[in-house]
Design a binder for this molecule. Structure first.
Ligand code: NM2
Ligand code: OGA
Ligand code: ZN
Length: 381
């Protein structure tokens, strides 16, 4: 922890101002401070012990004084004195709005990119042996939305070994792990030899799987190339170039549906999903599982024009990274960001066999954060 960078404090009823010695300052609202008293957290778990209704409605600061690397606050309407560590306040002021998930690095021109050169791409054994290498790989997965492993044994359990380094598998009606190969009468067109245009998986499920892994056990000698595009970059491209199209795609709920012998799934979501501050947080696109739209007749034509515009962008080769994954190669990607697809192949002439699974999003973030903790404390030792 750096030495405490504080030169003074200033308090008015509802506001504490702390001056740091680099000339900057930070403001803390009295209600925020009153809600964050260290003594209102359980000493062992760190969990909060109080509820918002137990706070004074408008706590007022009487005095704030500096003492031993802390700020001591006396309140007007309560007899307690509250103590805040300055380094904690500094941390909140600097990093308070940082999420542990790194900012995405968007990539638009996928046609120019290669897995081995432009994405994290390591043999699985390196990640097993070296926590720093695993942390670097995971961090790039989070930032670019996609990363590759090689030398994953091309056997049924290979994908399970790899996932133990990355996150927790989310079991679905397709199983813990699913086999992607052409069968007669496929319940899902993924289990045919047809080409699949760029899509995200399972938009009909709630929650939509966070990450997906695909492991090649037997590559096709001809066809079955993998395609990828960054939906976040494409959505931003739409926002800039055709703001009206973007607005329609973010505001129209689209029904997605999947029915088979053992599942009946339905969810509605926009093709481009925004956070409450307008940041693109997910893309959902799957022509095979979109249901009949529930739109007033007058809204249909504008929606279809916008949908077509998005669909046409997705077909442009300049946005598509195209690669043939060889035996033992595995790709992991953010299934709410990266669209994936494949070219068709001739299953009558040769088998092609991939194994796939889904991972929960939070487990991938958590694995990365735990590893960061481990690597940082290892460096300090
Ligand atoms: N599989 C491969 O979301 C989809 O329906 C795509 C998913 C069957 C698990 C295919
Ligand atoms: C899928 C899929 C890609 C492939 O199974 O959902 O998109 O390369 N497969 O077979
Ligand atoms: Zn898919």
């Amino acid at each position: 922890m750096p030495s405490i960078p504080c030169t003074g404090v200033n308090a008015r009823d509802a506001l504490l101002t702390v001056e740091w010695n680099d000339g900057t300052s930070a403001e803390f609202a009295s209600i925020w401070l009153r809600d964050n008293l260290p003594e209102d957290r359980d000493g062992y778990s760190g969990q909060r012990l109080i509820d918002v209704t137990e706070l004074p409605v408008q706590p007022r600061i009487r005095t704030a004084t500096l003492a031993d690397a802390t700020v001591r606050i006396a309140w007007r309407d309560e007899s307690r004195v509250s103590t805040f560590a300055l380094d904690w306040l500094y941390e909140q002021a600097i990093h308070g709005h940082d999420s542990p998930v790194p900012e995405p690095l968007r990539w638009l021109d996928g046609g120019q990119l290669e897995p081995g050169r432009d994405f994290a791409c390591r043999p699985m054994g390196v990640l097993q042996a070296d926590p720093q290498a695993r942390l670097a790989w995971l961090t790039r997965l989070l930032r670019q939305g996609m990363a590759f492993l090689s030398e994953v044994p091309a056997v049924d359990s290979g994908i399970l070994q790899a996932m133990s380094l990355i996150g927790r598998i989310a079991e679905t009606n397709y199983g813990l792990v699913f086999d992607v190969r052409a069968v007669a009468q496929p319940e899902n067109l993924a289990y045919s030899d047809l080409g699949l245009g760029l899509h995200t998986d399972n938009p009909y499920r709630n929650p939509v799987p966070g990450y997906q892994a695909l492991h090649t056990l037997v590559a096709a000698p001809d066809g079955g190339d993998s395609l990828f595009a960054d939906g976040f970059a494409l959505a931003e491209h739409l926002r800039e170039s055709w703001p009206q199209v973007f607005a329609i795609l973010t505001r129209t709920a689209v029904p997605f549906r999947y029915r088979s012998n053992d599942a009946d799934l339905y969810a509605e979501r926009p093709l481009i999903e925004l956070s409450c501050t307008g940041v693109v947080i997910a893309v959902h696109y799957n022509s095979r599982s979109i249901g009949p739209l529930r739109l007033a007749a007058g809204q249909c034509q504008p929606f279809y024009a916008a949908y077509r515009q998005f669909g046409e962008l997705l077909r442009e080769p300049r946005f598509q990274l195209r690669t043939l994954l060889g035996n033992g190669e595995l790709v992991v990607f953010d299934n709410q960001r990266i669209l994936h697809g494949r070219t068709g192949f001739a299953s009558a002439r040769h088998p092609r066999h991939l194994r796939g699974c889904y991972l929960t999003r939070d487990s991938v973030y958590s694995e990365t954060a735990l590893l960061r903790r481990r690597v940082v404390s290892g460096m300090q030792r």
